[in-house]
Design a protein around this ligand. Sequence first.
Ligand code: RUB
Length: 307
Amino acid sequence: MKKVQETAEKIRTMEIRGAGRIAKAAAGAIKDYTEGLKAENIEEFNEKIEDVARLLISTRPTAVSLPNAVKLSTRHVSESVEEARAEVIESASRFIENADLALERIGKIGARRIMDGDVIMTHCNSNAALAILTTAFKEGKDIKVLATESRPRRQGLLTIKHLNDFGIPTSLIVDSAVRYHMKEVDRVVVGADAIAANGALVNKIGTSQLALAAHEARKSFMVAAETYKFSPNTIVGNPIEIEERAAAEVIDPEILAGLPHVSVKNPAFDFTPSEYIDMIVTDAGIIPPAMAYTVIKEYLGWELGEI
Ligand code: RUB
């Protein structure tokens, strides 16, 4: 349990961050925990697995990759402890393997839509979006990237480092310069924390501004999202919770303490409606946002009765 608690803490404090990495870390924690799990009977086994699942899911509320990864990784049907253990270990290992394969596929499929000479804007730090950019570059396409800083946590600095390591010409811009630079851009490529059944995107705060500016300038807006980032719960109208993070991420607490009439709002994510999204690149292929429900039904393997 100690290692699971450590992983949960790393996700909570954002030492492990990004929807894909969070999902894989949770699956890894479940696998390790299950390998050493001692239980007298299947009821005890199930209780312990449920406790771990609850702890991991409670760490961050928005990225649906987390509950999806936990659910897929803990799948088992056997009534015997030893068989159930083997099933969970197999489920979690398969999830991790498939997550890596999904990224590779998204890279290849998305790169086909990137043209030689493209200037591409991206936001925050998304492995799936970066897979598309680096694959296109490795295929010999001459691309340039504009990467937003992504305040307050400045995940854009991770993105520029990653792109720099590949030798991709990159400009770092502040978030408020998105609309100013949109005229130079051919397309926007961003990742996803969640895709709702109606095709709306939840991603790092500010993503919807990129979408709005791209729409206004008639530039293509592409989302890179593994199928495990689609949200089954939204089919029945359950909203996706937007994480509100600490004020200290935005302003020095001592300064804030001296401003009694000021409070800070720090939502970590926002919604981009489907009408601003041209395509979603998934490991199952490229879909228009209107097909999000089909991905949940056909590829994620959720039965409607389970929701
Ligand atoms: C990260 C973020 C990323 C998505 C997709 O937010 O919004 O765009 O998680 O990333 P945070 P990936 O830094 O708050 O976790 O494609 O790597 O899953």
